[in-house]
Design a protein around this ligand. Structure first.
Ligand code: AMP
Ligand code: MG
Length: 345
């Protein structure tokens, strides 16, 4: 079985082709980069409309696959920016109709977990999903993925991007801050906001900007922000691991490219006798291969939607999406995870 997947939830338009063995047959991506400021949804969507036909052509050519060899077309249905999602969904519908193939909707967050899960070989890992718009700790229980903890304000990546732009830089800020932080030597205390299983970044933003205004060197600020923010993420991941008696953690999302975050989470997990896995960067960031792979799992379990019922869902919740390819419920008592679907956020 070979599935083509389309990702277009935010700044990245991407098309991937994946086979039954989770081999990435071909992957082509294009990221929308605003000249200044953050992402404008309509402009990002226009970018996706412009590049998607060429990305489709490229994966078919580079992967040497004919449309007749594609068994299904998967697309990211949500969560994401409405105009961006619609751009990808429109192309997916068109291909499904033209090639007479089933159309398979995929949840973007679930796709990050599934690609990391198959590549890691870990059967039931906890995912720390740290991206631009999302910051969540996700685990599977009772037939669905559950969000155990998340940001109460902005996503970690958006926070890093905004901070870097305030420092006078351009999007994306995460990689630039990572380089800057390597030069930092002095750790300045910043608000450490962990609320149970949740985190928040706006206090740290205010404090970092105030220190910047006072003349604290940018490398020291970048270093302090990284250490503090990633310690918060490591703490909630550790709590999930302890609560679920888990043994594995996988990383996903663009911020999971960060070496300091990888190192901190690895030290925590290995210190508990578990295993940590981070996918290669091309599969950590938003990509069509993870949509294709999750679409393949879903399609194999009989999931597809008619074009008329394939509306995008910008606010689609991870825990409202059935995962029929993972029917086995987690063993042992987990009272907080036994609540009705939707009641656990
Ligand atoms: P995503 O939304 O998953 O595609 O990831 C994009 C986000 O990842 C942006 O906010 C980037 O600033 C951030 N990002 C990418 N690379 C790094 C890095 N090395 N360190 C920290 N953040 C990063
Ligand atoms: Mg993502």
């Amino acid at each position: 079985m070979v599935v083509l997947g389309i990702e277009s939830t935010a700044h990245t338009a991407s098309v991937g082709v994946v086979d039954e063995g989770a081999r990435v047959v071909a992957l082509a991506s294009s990221m929308y980069r605003p000249e200044r400021g953050g992402i404008h949804p309509r402009e990002a969507a226009n970018h996706h409309v412009d590049v998607l036909p060429e990305l489709v052509r490229r994966v078919l050519e580079e992967g040497r696959v004919a449309p007749s060899e594609i068994d299904a077309v998967a697309f990211a249905q949500g969560p994401g920016l409405g105009p961006c999602l619609r751009a990808g969904a429109t192309v997916a519908r068109l291909l499904a109709l033209a090639w007479r193939r089933p159309l398979v909707p995929v949840n973007h967050c679930v796709a990050h977990v599934e690609i990391a899960r198959i590549l890691s070989g870990l059967e039931d890992p906890i995912l720390l999903y740290a991206s631009g718009g999302n910051t969540q700790v996700i685990a599977h229980a009772r037939g669905r993925y559950r969000v155990l903890g998340e940001t109460l304000d902005v996503g970690i990546g958006n926070f890093l991007d905004k901070l870097w732009i305030e420092f006078g830089g351009t999007f994306p800020g995460g990689p630039a801050l990572e380089r800057e932080a390597l030069e930092g030597t002095e750790l300045h205390p910043l608000p450490y906001s962990v609320h149970g299983m949740d985190v928040a970044f706006s206090g740290m933003m205010t404090a970092a900007l105030a220190l910047h205004a006072k003349g604290v060197p940018r490398p020291d600020l970048a270093y302090s922000v990284e250490v503090t923010a990633y310690a918060m993420l490591t703490e909630i991941t550790e709590r999930a691991l302890a609560h679920l008696r888990g043994h594995g953690v996988v990383l996903g999302g663009g911020v999971a490219c960060n070496e300091r975050l990888r190192g901190m989470v690895r030290a925590m997990v290995e210190g508990r006798g578990g295993a940590m896995f981070a996918p290669p960067r091309s599969l950590c960031v938003d990509n069509g291969a993870m949509i294709a792979w999750t679409g393949l799992l879903a399609h194999r379990s009989g999931v597809s939607v008619p074009v008329a019922g394939s509306a995008v869902e910008p606010r689609q919740r991870t825990d409202l999406v059935p995962t029929p390819w993972r029917p086995t419920p987690r063993q042992g008592p987990h009272p907080s995870l036994d609540a009705p679907v939707g009641a656990v956020s």
